[in-house]
Write a protein that binds this ligand. Structure first.
Ligand code: ADE
Length: 228
């Protein structure tokens, strides 16, 4: 999978993408991530990328020219399955969408800033609009990192244990059951005996029951809406 990201703040991605699983995925050649600075596509002599909104109002709007120049440049080299604008008024991202997107070959993520981007970009160049939750971030960068991370860990071969993405919370529409490791007894706090029983069938059933109980208690909406 190849993910291109268009941003005004490319340095923001350096830390998160050079650690842990996302780093390993790139090293293994399973994921390619390219960060592009929108400002380099500005033809304005001051490298301007934003301007005041028509009709007045607070805040600045990201201009159409540099963003379209960037999208067109990238599209001339890569065929994108999705051109996604990160925005709080987009569809709320979830595991279901992550699963769907993870089968895509090439994705372009556009990070917004200020009051938003010129609506003509959204209408004519964007195929999907994604929010990472009902709160407003300072820009789309953190949201793009979240989407990138969620997709990359689903690529076969990225996680060491092939089954571990499948047993994630949400993957079967349930939260994950509690997990424990050694020591068995920490200051009197004991691990449930059943996990030491060695009876795999009973343990699997116990974990499933715990997952259901946890979901009922914490996220009953997942069971009611049957989202997954
Ligand atoms: N940009 C600002 N807030 C955002 C959010 N919640 N999701 C996606 N992009 C955003």
């Amino acid at each position: 999978m190849r993910i291109d990201i268009l941003s005004l703040f490319p340095e923001m991605f350096e830390g998160p993408f050079s650690e842990s699983i996302v780093k390993r995925a790139q090293e293994k050649g399973l994921a390619e991530i390219y960060i592009h600075d929108i400002r380099t596509y500005s033809t304005n002599k001051h490298k301007r990328v934003d301007d005041a909104p028509y009709g007045g109002g607070a805040g600045m709007v990201m201009m159409i020219e540099p963003i379209v120049a960037a999208i067109e440049d990238l599209k001339s080299k890569v065929h994108y399955d999705a051109i996604i604008f990160m925005t709080p008024d987009g569809e709320v991202f979830n595991q279901n969408i992550a699963n769907r997107f993870s089968s895509f070959e090439n994705i372009l993520l556009l990070c917004g800033h200020y009051k938003g981007i010129d609506e003509r970009i959204r209408e004519n160049y964007i195929t999907h609009e994604m929010s990472v939750g009902d709160y407003v971030l300072s820009g789309g960068e953190l949201a793009a990192m979240i989407v990138t991370d969620a997709l990359i860990r689903l690529i076969p071969g990225v996680l060491g244990d092939e089954t571990s993405a499948l047993s994630d919370s949400f993957q079967d529409g349930l939260l994950s059951p509690p997990v424990y490791t050694r020591p068995f007894n920490f200051r009197g706090l004991k691990v449930p005996e059943i996990l030491l029983s060695g009876n795999e069938k009973v343990i699997v059933e116990w974990k499933h029951q715990q997952a259901i109980e946890r979901t009922q208690k914490r996220r009953p909406d997942l069971l009611e809406n049957n989202k997954y």
